[in-house]
Design a protein around this ligand. Sequence first.
Ligand SMILES: Nc1nc2c(ncn2[C@@H]2O[C@H](COP(=O)(O)OP(=O)(O)OP(=O)(O)O)[C@@H](O)[C@H]2O)c(=O)[nH]1
Length: 778
Amino acid sequence: MTAESMRLSSSSCSNTSSSFINGSRRPLSLQPNRLFCINNSYSSVSELFGNVRISSKPSKVSVNQVQRRRLSVVSMAAAEESSRAIPLKDYRNIGIMAHIDAGKTTTTERILYYTGRNYKIGEVHEGTATMDWMEQEQERGITITSAATTTFWNSHRINIIDTPGHVDFTLEVERALRVLDGAICLFDSVAGVEPQSETVWRQADKYGVPRLCFVNKMDRLGANFFRTRDMIVTNLGAKPLVLQIPIGAEDSFQGLVDLVKMKAVLWSGEELGAKFVYEDIPGDLQDLAEDYRTQMIETIVELDDKVMEDYLEGVEPDEQTIKKLIRKGTIGANFVPVLCGSAFKNKGVQPLLDAVVDYLPSPLDVPPMTGTDPENPEIILEREPSDDAPFAGLAFKIMSDSFVGSLTFVRVYAGKLTAGSYVLNANKGKRERIGRLLEMHANSREDVKVALAGDIVALAGLKDTITGETLSDPENPIVLERMDFPDPVIKVAIEPKTKADIDKMAIGLIKLAQEDPSFHFSRDEEVNQTVIEGMGELHLEIIVDRLKREYKVEANVGAPQVNYRESISKISEVKYVHKKQSGGQGQFADITVRFEPMEAGCGYEFKSEIKGGSVPREYIPGVMKGLEECMGSGVLAGFPVVDVRAVLVDGSYHDVDSSVLAFQLAARGAFREGVRKAGPRMLEPIMKVEVVTPEEHLGDVIGDLNSRRGQINSFGDKPGGLKVVDALVPLAEMFQYVSTLRGMTKGRASYAMQLAKFDVVPQHIQNQLSTKDQPVAA
Ligand SMILES: Nc1nc2c(ncn2[C@@H]2O[C@H](COP(=O)(O)OP(=O)(O)OP(=O)(O)O)[C@@H](O)[C@H]2O)c(=O)[nH]1
């Protein structure tokens, strides 16, 4: 299936949701905010559906020394049994990432075949891909959840995570990148660098992940390796190091020139397992190959003075030296090697695997993992990637499994982990027993006795650990840096079709939220409404589908709505006195708080400037609590308040009547008054939208985007006479865009969108939102 048709067909999933949402079933609308917490740390139905308020922050429990010692004896004894078959220097923990449909799953399937992991290839379009094991993935031909697998190539162990390309599942990419040492970035050679490729590239930059580029689909009509190479420079600002150039393109794509060996690699067929041979470079490519080889050599010799000297004296580095320097520059992010091929036509995959082994880092090549002491976060700790170091691992994914219950995926950074041992959840200070250790192959599994530094394993039987938490040697606790979870941007009201399903739905939602930190839900007892929140229409649609299939709950779903935010535009300072004297002990708290706007994305910050004890230390937590409570629900329409700093400037207290509670109540009053005075305003998610359309529909597409409050940023050309429009459009205007676009262009256009920023809601819309008895529950 082509990228274009896939883009539409994957969006057509959203269309299913439109009939679901707008069909004959009773429409649900969101009720005003009566605050119920949303998070992924629910553990029981009664917690959710009882009138209990649950904190979104995991409680911090101090680690008991005695407990630590007891735990470590068990884990050390168990660790003795282990041994290492493959040296750590020969490990490659890699991810495959790209825009939707670039061919990640197809490439992974080929890798599994050529490394001997799979005897038979699963095809995405036939719904048989090994890595797309979820029913929804097979039906829709898209990856939804990242899958992990282990395979071997040239005596190296390669742990691979295949990630989704659709922007709604960006969290999956984020968590994969957090635990990987290297990545393959795939591009569709026709489309080049696409919007989501840019997003994953930036995510990889954020985590400092060295990467290779693979220009895939060289067999497609319009394939152009060199244009894609140029887009890597212009769109990603990266420095490509071309290591291969294609021999032919489209129908006549036959293989590639390996610029390291200066040989042509030609495949004799395009069937699975097609053989390839090294031959002399075809005459018509000789000059081009020499040009690119010179560029390659001139780039890499800069990394070594001696090699540079020799080169200037006319001595070219040998193959071993060239590979060593490419490896050095790749790991040091001096450049990104660029390769090419066609995964679908079985060309280029083996050289890609060679490049993974030759150029991507082992766990020994990346900086040692750092973290903090759980009892003193100021103390920075480091863990060497060694089996002999104290154990440290990061839980990066939770998956429900019908056979073993919940599976927790862990990347082991240091030390050993054995089945039956105990470790410490360093974030919570709780011990966890390691029931079974499983090596995962998509959704199938193999029991293993021990996991060593560098391994990615799934653990069965953990009780308290959630995504992002650290498991560590109890004797040497460490909290590794947590992952960032994106905040949901849309929400819908949901209710089970039958009352009897209410508990089942709660169980399902709890489990799904535990698996996916970018999915939130809340329950408002007063209006008897449950709201689910996620990263986009497709994300929520998959959640509703999973509720139905995995938890047997049929649900009615309301129309999607935007998750707005509230913020302030100027500084305000208020004095607020909370005073109550109605028999018994009185209440007194006096505070002055300054509210300051912060830059976008800064969240909320509290600062105390109290000097001389005008507000005694023991009451400050009351102020903090009161303010934090209010941040969940702004003064305009009850949306969460962001990008605000609250500074406690001054205050006074009463020897008898003051209490933490009195200061908490004063803080609430100060918040209401202070934020009202600070120019409150509403913010909305703005999406970067890219529409690819035949030229004859360009006018309609632009007119329609304008009518959606869109701001057109640029136009461009795409192969095949297509036009590409880049625009910024508020998410609120983009619901069901897929159907409009399809109608307008007779199904010939496609679009992709992703969150660009939050921006101020125009005043007239803000007025509607704040007066409507509609939103919110956040
Ligand atoms: N012509 C051609 N088609 C390919 C190639 N690689 C993949 N495809 C097709 O492109 C479509 C998308 O491939 P996938 O492997 O699912 O792409 P993906 O990047 O994993 O997709 P998501 O996970 O949904 O983002 C499928 O129909 C593949 O058969 C290739 O090299 N050439």
